[in-house]
Design a protein around this ligand. Structure first.
Ligand SMILES: CC(=O)CC(=O)SCCNC(=O)CCNC(=O)[C@H](O)C(C)(C)COP(=O)(O)OP(=O)(O)OC[C@H]1O[C@@H](n2cnc3c(N)ncnc32)[C@H](O)[C@@H]1OP(=O)(O)O
Ligand SMILES: NC(=O)C1=CN([C@@H]2O[C@H](COP(=O)(O)OP(=O)(O)OC[C@H]3O[C@@H](n4cnc5c(N)ncnc54)[C@H](OP(=O)(O)O)[C@@H]3O)[C@@H](O)[C@H]2O)C=CC1
Length: 278
């Protein structure tokens, strides 16, 4: 299978890495060479760690050798499956899928790693709704077991079968759900993170205490503010906006503090500062 990934950020890089670890030929796109170089560096570091721990079947160079980096979308013409992992913005994703629908061979499947945006709407933009699906990996992709598979209104059984089997070949556990805002994962996770941010805003406790209470008290591997910083506060805000708008209930209102931090450019780990400094 020829596997395409659009976006060499934290998710796109991780998806490309795990696809290559599974033996697929992978092509990865980003808008500029500098972003591809950064993504390649992150993949190299991750492969090095996994190799050290004996968790890689092939040598890191062999895995890396299966990945081609490009700034040209035309290189996706012969892909069997293309997974998009660019910014969580419906307009930007629609534009990309309009282009990919024209470029990728007609039998190719297009998938989005979106955290919350309606799969059915993106499927329409692609012009091939039967061969369109949500393939939602979790962060960090090399370590997390789940792929949430989201069927759009017109996704075919064959598309769902191919994507489920591909996720299994990547060593993941695919679990499926229907196309509702935030799907299952972020409809349940993100309100908790938003509530933790609201607790900071209201002075309920310091960030360290909020994270400590949830880690030690609920056995969560990361506290909610550490996790929000890890995901990216811009992405968290975008997901809350989709939940709020899509479900029409004020219980999903983004915390004003979350909004303010994103406006200030404090995006978490990726910008060097969020609730903590990195
Ligand atoms: C927003 C969405 O749409 C959906 C989402 O993805 S929501 C986010 C979902 N993800 C989570 O909730 C993650 C929660 N956190 C965790 O599960 C864990 O903290 C974790 C799996 C990330 C890390 O595991 P941990 O047991 O806490 O141990 P930790 O010591 O931090 O890391 C384990 C090792 O993995 C390594 N590691 C971390 N990321 C890695 C990566 N990408 N590749 C390779 N190795 C990695 C660490 O460096 C560490 O190595 P050492 O032992 O050599 O130091
Ligand atoms: N962060 C997370 O924990 C998770 C995120 N997701 C989803 O994955 C997707 C990517 O998230 P993540 O990897 O965290 O984000 P990053 O910010 O790490 O990467 C975003 C990628 O999108 C590219 N991009 C930004 N703007 C545009 C644009 N206008 N046109 C084309 N490409 C653009 C970026 O390139 P550049 O460097 O050029 O800006 C970068 O490659 C989102 O849909 C997100 O919701 C899903 C699961 C978990």
């Amino acid at each position: 299978m020829k596997f395409g990934v659009i976006g060499a950020g934290q998710m796109g890089g991780g998806i490309a890495q795990v696809a290559a670890q599974s033996g697929f030929d992978v092509v990865v796109h980003d808008q500029q060479q500098a972003f591809l170089d950064r993504g390649r560096g992150v993949i190299e570091k991750s492969l090095g760690k996994l190799h050290e721990k004996g968790r890689l079947a092939d040598a890191p160079e062999t895995v890396l050798g299966r990945i081609r980096f490009t700034t040209d979308l035309q290189d996706f013409a012969d892909c069997d499956l293309v997974v998009e992992a660019i910014v969580e913005n419906q307009g930007v994703k629609n534009d990309l899928f309009r282009q990919l629908g024209q470029i990728v061979k007609p039998e190719g499947i297009l998938a989005s790693n979106t955290s919350s945006i309606p799969i059915t709407a993106l499927a329409t933009a692609s012009g091939r709704p039967e061969r369109f699906i949500g393939m939602h990996f979790m962060n960090p992709v090399p370590l997390m077991q789940l792929v949430e598979v989201i069927r759009g209104y017109q996704t075919s059984d064959e598309t769902a079968r191919v994507v489920t089997e591909t996720a299994e070949k990547m060593g993941k556990t695919p679990l499926s759900c229907n196309d509702f805002p935030g799907f299952v994962s972020n409809r349940i996770l993100m309100p908790m993170l938003n509530e933790a941010i609201q607790c900071v805003m209201e002075g309920v406790a310091e960030p360290e205490a909020i994270d400590g209470i949830m880690k030690l008290g609920m056995n969560h591997p990361m506290g909610p503010l550490t996790l929000a910083d890890f995901i990216g506060l811009d992405t968290c805000l975008a997901i809350m906006e989709v939940l709020h708008q899509g479900l029409g209930d004020d219980k999903y209102r983004p915390s004003p503090l979350l909004r303010k931090m994103v406006q200030a450019g404090l995006l978490g780990r990726k910008s060097g500062q969020g609730f903590y400094k990195y």
